[in-house]
Design a binder for this molecule. Sequence first.
Ligand code: SF4
Length: 444
Amino acid sequence: MALTGIQIFKLLPKTNCGECGFPTCLAFAMALAAGKAELEKCPTISAEAKEQLSEASAPPIRTVSIGTGEYEVKLGGETVMFRHEKTFFNKPGLALLITDKMDPPEVERRLGSLSLLQYERVGLNLRPELVAIKDEGNKERFLAIVKQAASTPYGLILISLNPGLMKEALELSKEKKPLIYAATAENADAMAALAKEYGCPLALKGDGIAGLIALSEKLAGLGIKDLILDSGSRTIKEAFSDQIVIRRAALQARVKPLGFPTITLPCEMTDDLITETLIASLFVAKYAGLIVLSDFAGENVFPLLLERLNIYTDPQRPMTTDQGIYPINNPDASSPVLVTCNFSLTYFIVSGEIENSRVPTWLCVMDTEGLSVMTAWAAGKFVADTVGPFIKKSGIAEKVSHKKLIIPGYAAGILGDLEEELPGWEITVGPREAAHIPAFLKNR
Ligand code: SF4
């Protein structure tokens, strides 16, 4: 069970030295209990207390990593059932299935698709991260594909129930710390030995939730800590229900054998890629750690990446862009000046439309704590009293030879007051919708 702030306080040094960034040990203890501080910030805590607290403050779902380097995927570490309670931390990894029945050109195409299907959005690179290589009886092809995939930067899932073949595959890919899939009731001892020998995470495939718990307990008893759970269900209803049961059991009932990320395989639930994508979208929302798809195409990967981005952003913290002046299309002293808020989506939509217009422009982005223009205006954060001082201090007046400012159409109500705040400036109300910006700039 998680410790309360007072229980944590009893284990702290109680010197109130402030080195953790909190004025007192009690304040630090309360922050730690609320998950808003890290234990490492207290440099004087005893090793014994640290061990007790580390155990108690560990998330009920273990964090497990697959892969190395820039494509390392972290799974689990979740603490809530619903994202609005706090946030979800580690987004599910998307894996592309490759089997040993596929010929070399098809394998080449599939591996190539991972580098093609990458998208820039709100300053982030959205991309799938993993390849799942499945043994379907052709040993030579399986090992050849493992070797080929190991030379790519992507994370690997090795799918085989044969411990002997898995060992050969691990020899070819051990540097990448692949996920071993899967330990079952029949091969658990041998697969556990491989996971230990190569230091890799191990997926276990149970026969329903009860079987999963029994297998998880067995593997924990064998000293395997990094587990990924597959309940074995392959119908949509059962697999979806299992995800919820596992999450609820881990978080609310603290069923330790279920306190691990999960793997789902929509690729084994239907033959239709669009249906498969719909199934995958369920697992993005609830509560897969890994999702294996039978193929990647723009029309199935992009919506899933976007859904994943939306679900795995902190709902209590809007995405923001840094306050500042952004030159777009190489502006000069005569270029127009626009001002907007620092809600990331607004910034990227507005800057994108200015780019589309090809009109050299200065875009002044004001810190509104991530609120959109209308919300910031309603909250008193995008009003003449704030926009005026921001423009004066921003330094834009030194970059242009005119004093003309364009404000968003949704902030038209601040026009009169802003003219008083910025004497000598000519204020123009721009379009309400970003899509109308190109025509507005061209027609000026
Ligand atoms: Fe207390 Fe440790 Fe923080 Fe110092 S650093 S105030 S001892 S919790």
